[in-house]
Design a protein around this ligand. Structure first.
Ligand SMILES: Cc1cc2nc3c(=O)[nH]c(=O)nc-3n(C[C@H](O)[C@H](O)[C@H](O)COP(=O)(O)OP(=O)(O)OC[C@H]3O[C@@H](n4cnc5c(N)ncnc54)[C@H](O)[C@@H]3O)c2cc1C
Length: 438
């Protein structure tokens, strides 16, 4: 454990760029140490905040009320990869990308792929129910968690779920913990489902002159019955930003781009590419199928550079990850375009359009109070519009602290009261990750 000022500063932030200095930071090495810490926390009434890599976008790992930050990165072992049953058991501090590489070496595939995979942890992924580009075809983290070991806020160690392909005994505590944002327990082991590695993967870049054609094409792809494994979307502003940041090789006047990936057997992939090319070209797009693995990697580098590149447009970012039904993407894109013209705010959109998940970013300088107020009103309007279109205010980043003021816009009074009762049952003294979600 440390209370050195420099350590406290290092663990005072996450990807929201907000800062809350904890009182101490601990680096537990095993489940029993965590259990002892939580028992002590109940006895002496101090707060405990679990933390993975601190890449969260909603402030979940921040010690907003002070207390002890519990850094889980020493839980970094891949315990088993069972190639016969397609199941792995891991500790929560394993870096997502390292795990993906380890299973791929054995011919297996762990599909959830948050763009933060090179540095986020599997524990953080489970706690946030992280998604990623491949969710269009393969779903999100929740769909891969078969079971967990969890230390309850009161210190008891529990095991949930199964090591088998299915199992329905008792309430599904695994699903309750997944996505609970570090408020119901500290995850210390994770049992994950795996797939065989697909035979072939191909990447297509699809460039449109007009943003609306890109949005309509996404709906048309979904309706067509072809199931790509990714349909990533970036608007003109996102493409320009990355062009200035590192160069993209894309036409400078591109209105929008889709990055589509298909996988499966050679013949299925060829058929999918043919069908997708036809759908996209009917909307006037320029389609290019990456000719090599390197070319595909370069295209993904463009997508991955968006987040850092955006800071060329302003020192601060308000980032939301709304989801709308996929046939409403064109309506949402049009509404955001109109919002941008009406308010004069610098708005950039990109995201996992294949599952309706649009990342909405306002770039600004938070010190400019007038702009900040305008941006906050725009976010509230965005959430109202999202819900009016039948969507949800967060597809993957969670509620944490940043969206807590808005949760009542989507979740009813009775349901919220039930969630609070569940929290009180798990954590009667309110010591684990206080100030989050509600
Ligand atoms: C550039 C960038 C790209 C991103 N792209 C995506 C994306 O495509 N999809 C996506 O879903 N997210 C994305 N994110 C958000 C973020 O990476 C994910 O939410 C990720 O799951 C957080 O993992 P972490 O290890 O950093 O967790 P942290 O940020 O450390 O913690 C996140 C939450 O998990 C809890 N937690 C962490 N470990 C445990 C544990 N062992 N037990 C209980 N609770 C725990 C914390 O208390 C906190 O509430 C992105 C972030 C960045 C910076």
């Amino acid at each position: 454990m440390t209370t050195a000022e420099e350590d406290l500063l290092c663990y005072a932030y996450d990807a929201t760029n907000r800062h809350y200095r904890p009182d101490a930071v601990a680096f537990p090495a095993n489940t029993h140490e965590i259990s002892d810490i939580l028992k002590l926390a109940n006895e002496h009434r101090f707060f405990v905040v679990p933390r993975g890599a601190g890449t969260g976008m909603s402030g979940g790992a921040l010690a907003v009320k002070g207390g002890l930050v519990l850094v889980m990165t020493r839980f970094s072992r891949i315990l088993t990869i069972d190639t016969e049953n397609l199941v792995a058991e891991v500790e929560p501090g394993v870096v997502t990308g390292h795990f993906q590489e380890a299973v791929e070496e054995k011919g297996l595939f762990y599909p959830p792929d948050p763009s933060s995979a090179p540095f986020s942890t599997l524990g953080g992924n489970v706690a946030e129910c992280a998604g990623g580009p491949r969710a269009v075809k393969y779903g999100v983290t929740r769909d891969y968690v078969l079971g967990l070991e969890v230390v309850l806020p009161t210190g008891e160690i529990i095991r949930t779920g199964v090591h088998t392909a299915k199992g329905v005994v008792g309430y599904d505590l695994t699903r309750l913990i997944v996505g609970s944002e570090g408020t119901l327990g500290v995850i210390t082991k994770i049992v994950l489902r795996l797939f065989p590695l697909p035979e072939v993967v191909r990447t297509l870049s699809v460039v449109f002159d007009r943003i609306h054609d890109a949005a309509r094409t996404v709906s048309e792809i979904i309706r067509s019955g072809v199931v790509p494994r990714t349909v990533e979307y970036m608007d003109h502003a996102a493409i320009r930003c990355v062009e200035d940041y590192q160069g993209t090789g894309l036409p400078a006047d591109a209105g929008a781009m889709l990055l589509i990936e298909v996988d499966g057997s050679q013949s299925a992939v060829e058929t999918d590419i043919r069908d997708l090319t036809e759908i996209c070209m009917n909307r006037g797009a320029q389609v290019r199928v990456a000719g090599s693995e390197q070319e595909a990697k370069d295209l993904w580098r463009v997508r991955q550079a968006i987040s850092p590149a955006l800071f060329k447009l302003g020192p601060d970012k308000i980032n939301e990850d709304i989801v709308v039904p996929r046939n409403r993407i064109p309506d949402m894109v049009e509404w955001i375009d109109d919002l941008s013209s009406r308010t004069g705010l610098t708005i950039v959109t990109f995201g996992h359009a294949g599952d309706g998940n649009i990342h909405f970013n306002i770039m600004l300088d938070r010190r400019d109070k007038e702009i900040l107020e305008k941006a906050e009103s725009a976010v509230e309007a965005l959430f109202r519009q999202t819900i009016a279109l039948g969507g949800t205010i967060s597809g993957e980043h969670g509620i944490g602290i940043t969206k807590a003021p808005y949760i009542g816009m989507e979740i009813g009074t009775e349901e919220l009261a039930l969630m609070k009762r569940i929290k009180a049952l798990f954590d009667p003294n309110g010591i684990l990750n206080p100030g989050k979600i509600f």
